[in-house]
Design a protein around this ligand. Structure first.
Ligand code: NAP
Length: 233
């Protein structure tokens, strides 16, 4: 699947929001493995990415299902993994249901183990590869309603930076991108989005991170909006 001229990127949560934007940003330079639960939305993203030059494969997968992740992804050897999928239920702790707690932990934390575990061995064996996880400024900050979500994003920081130290000498890069608020479905209808980052802003940072020189690792990047929002250059 991997060729010297056209690397492959596996993107989780590629059906919408930031993951969709990352697929579009990487399409001119990468072939794509796109995963999420919504098959129709993935197919629509694949059409857009194909028009930009990518060869695409959609993989319908629920990241709460560890066994399904292993059976579906084992044996894939992408050059880049973007651990992007995530969900946020921002409520006071005493209002969170067990299902809301477990879903966030399963997708935002446990899937990092299962997805990364499926593709990292091939990167280490090859002596190259890049694992990028979409964290959040909530991985550094705390807020009312963030006991689970901010907790999962703090986990991302410890996971990413420990893994980076483990595999950098094997030639594999591990990075975390920490956006502030981005205008996506993560926020409920009616939220004021006028000041937020666009998904494409985060995607451009990811593409830039991948394009850094082979011997240089950009480990951690925070992405914040300028206010008021300016037109794109
Ligand atoms: P989004 O628009 O809601 O997209 C979330 C993506 O995750 C979707 O593609 C969704 O696909 C996928 N997903 C959710 N649950 C899943 C599951 N059980 N199995 C497989 N895929 C699942 O949210 P977003 O804002 O783009 O979020 C992407 C990442 O950015 C998340 O990690 C989020 O924490 C992070 N982030 C977002 C913001 C923000 O302000 N929006 C800020 C900082 C960090 P399906 O529903 O099709 O499965």
């Amino acid at each position: 699947m991997t060729t010297a001229s056209r690397p492959t990127a596996l993107i989780t949560g590629a059906s919408r929001g930031i993951g969709r934007a990352i697929a579009v940003a990487l399409a001119p330079t990468h072939d794509l493995l796109l995963t999420a639960r919504d098959a129709n939305a993935l197919a629509e993203v694949a059409v857009s990415a194909t028009a930009l030059g990518a060869s695409c494969r959609s993989i319908v997968l629920d990241l709460r299902d560890a066994a399904a992740i292993s059976s579906t992804l084992d044996g894939l050897a992408p050059d880049v993994l973007v651990n992007n999928a995530g969900l946020a239920v921002m409520k006071p702790f005493l209002s969170l249901t067990p299902d809301e707690w477990h879903s966030q932990v399963d997708v935002n934390i446990n899937a990092l183990f299962h997805v990364t575990r499926a593709v990292l061995p091939a990167m280490v064996a090859r002596g190259s590869g890049h694992v990028i996880t979409i964290g959040s400024l909530a991985g550094r900050n705390t807020f009312v309603g963030g006991s689970c979500y901010a907790g999962t994003k703090h986990f991302v920081m410890g996971f990413t930076e420990s893994l980076m130290l483990e595999v950098r000498d094997a030639g594999v890069k591990v990075s975390v991108v920490m956006p502030g608020s981005v205008d996506t479905d993560l926020f409920p209808e009616g939220t004021d989005r006028s000041w937020m980052l666009e998904p494409a802003d985060v995607a451009e940072v990811v593409a830039h991170m991948i394009a850094t020189p082979a011997h240089a690792l950009q480990g951690r990047v925070e992405v914040r909006p300028l206010s008021p929002k300016r037109p794109r250059l």
